[in-house]
Write a protein that binds this ligand. Structure first.
Ligand code: 5GP
Length: 193
């Protein structure tokens, strides 16, 4: 069992609706030593790739992506959620359905911060149905950038996102894959990796 799986078993809470709550160490209060370890682990896994930018989506991806970008010594860019319907021509835009809030958001990245010379590592906290990652992939592709890989902290392997992204041919690395979780007993089962 790796450092993250141990922490999930210790402090993760299984909620109804297939939601795993990890807000005591990952996406509300953040354990900075753990974040540093996550950053180092993604660097180790993607060290063979010529990464020039780390791309994520607000809000909960940002804190993690910062530590990954620091390891690579490159900028971190986050897609912003935009309420405005009048999107101007200087932005790459994708539509993303939120797993936790069940609403659709347009997410945008300025054309100034992503271009065809970029080699992008996409980072997010969770992977469920894959909408967030697909939105980020489409933004990177609109820019003509190369998606070198995707790094996820917690993949819920019983939801379809991981299969969809891997079937598209992308290299997807998840630090922990939850294959089953039981809202009544709180039991969490990880995939052997
Ligand atoms: P997807 O787009 O893959 O369906 O969902 C991924 C996004 O939804 C992530 O950015 C994450 O913020 C949120 N999310 C999905 N599942 C969970 C979960 O079990 N717990 C938490 N805290 N966030 C989740």
């Amino acid at each position: 069992m790796n450092f993250l799986e141990e922490r999930i078993l210790k402090d993760g809470i299984v909620k109804s609706g297939n939601v795993l709550k990890v807000d005591s160490f990952l996406n509300h209060q953040m354990d900075i030593s753990l974040m540093e370890e996550i950053g180092r682990e993604f660097k180790r896994r993607f060290q063979d790739k010529p990464i020039t930018k780390v791309l994520t989506i607000e809000a909960s991806g940002i804190g993690i992506a910062v530590f990954v970008a620091k390891e690579f010594g490159v900028p971190m860019v986050f897609a912003k959620k935009s309420k405005s319907i009048n999107i101007d021509g200087d932005l790459f835009v994708a539509e993303v359905e939120s797993f936790t809030h069940k609403n659709k958001n347009q997410v945008v990245v300025s054309k100034r911060f992503l271009n065809a010379d970029d080699h992008v590592l996409i980072i997010d906290d969770f992977l469920a149905n894959g909408c967030a990652l697909q939105g980020l992939i489409s933004i990177a592709e609109m820019a003509g950038a190369t998606v070198e890989g995707l790094g996820i902290v917690i993949e819920k392997g019983f939801q379809i996102g991981g299969r969809v992204i891997r079937n598209l041919g992308y290299r997807l690395e998840s630090l922990a894959i939850v294959d089953a979780m039981d809202g009544e007993t709180g039991k969490i089962t990880f995939r052997e990796q």
